[in-house]
Design a protein around this ligand. Structure first.
Ligand code: ATP
Ligand code: TZE
Ligand code: MG
Length: 277
């Protein structure tokens, strides 16, 4: 069923309010992330008005994590020695009542990765954002044929997996793709912004996960809505960026510029979030 114009306006106004709050309050986001994503993730957070810090030593967590507004954990280039820091930071964030967000990159690609992701899911992330294949692997808790860090599923193939993972974990689940799905296990919405070329830039998924952390940081009691807003806002930046881009490299630049420059009228006009059955 189509949403009424009132509902669409509601999502747009909410996304604008949350983006404005990120810009005004500039939340500090601790990112324990893969080597590939560090640059684009930090620049995405800065363009949105947040403050990134790629701090991942186990020794720094007791001093550093208490001062952040949210934590983003991404297992993209996971090795044995990184996992204790990820778990320690997540445990401390939960103990201090701070939101944390998990990106289960290539969760189904190996037993090691899957076990690590399942342990992290057990530490109660506020939000888990993955692509379709990652969310299906986590939901089934099984290793399977995957395309590595890329998805071999549409996000819409993963709606039931996302709902059951949300119910089992207590986390909000977001599945990126042509339509970004967000569910708390009962409600399901689809954010229909973005352009396909965003898949041709490495770490756009990682970066939108960090943006979700920034949005949840400023509205932790509305993590479901903040997650949908962040996905929609990032997608709009991609749409506007694509009007000026010649390919992936120039889209990367124009996406960041567009995220930085988004104004209220553009957000209200372009946010496209609908309820799904
Ligand atoms: N076909 C599409 N049309 C529109 N937007 C898309 C499409 N596919 C992906 N996106 C957008 O691209 C971004 C990255 O999503 P994607 O599903 O590629 O993440 P990912 O596989 O985790 O990426 P990475 O691992 O490289 O970080 C999201 O903002 C998503 O909305
Ligand atoms: C390409 C790649 N490999 C491990 S992490 C990563 C970034 C996109 O997920
Ligand atoms: Mg990814």
């Amino acid at each position: 069923m189509e949403d009424s114009p009132e509902e669409s306006r509601g999502w747009g106004a909410q996304a604008w309010a949350q983006l404005s709050a990120v810009r005004q309050r500039s939340p500090l986001i601790q990112c324990i992330t893969n080597f590939v994503s560090m640059d684009l993730m930090a620049n995405t957070l800065l363009s949105a008005g947040a403050s990134p810090a790629m701090v991942h030593s186990l020794h720094e967590i007791p001093d550093f994590t208490p001062n952040v507004q949210a934590l983003c954990v991404n297992v993209g280039t996971l090795t044995d020695d990184w996992l204790p820091a990820m778990k320690s930071a997540a445990e401390l964030a939960v103990r201090l009542g701070k939101p944390w967000v998990l990106d289960p990159v290539a969760a189904g690609a190996s037993g090691f990765r899957l076990r690590a992701c399942l342990e992290l899911v057990g530490l109660r992330p506020s939000v888990i954002r993955g692509n379709g294949s990652e969310i299906i692997a986590l939901s089934k808790a099984s290793v399977g044929p995957t395309k590595g860090v890329d998805s071999s599923h549409e996000s819409t193939d993963a709606v039931e997996a996302a709902k059951s993972l949300a119910q089992a974990s207590g986390s909000i689940i977001a599945v990126s793709g042509a339509v970004d799905i967000v569910t708390d296990g009962e409600r399901v919405v689809g954010a229909q912004n973005g352009v396909a070329m965003m898949q041709r830039i490495t770490a756009t998924g990682c970066s939108v996960t960090a943006l979700v952390a920034a949005f949840v940081a400023i509205d932790p009691l509305h993590a479901f809505e903040a997650t949908a807003s962040a996905l929609s806002i990032f997608g709009i930046a991609g749409e506007i960026g694509m009007d000026m881009a010649k390919g992936p490299a120039s889209l990367r630049m124009h996406l960041l510029d567009s995220l930085y420059g988004l104004d209220q009228a553009t957000v209200l006009r372009r946010v496209n979030i609908i309820n799904l059955p």
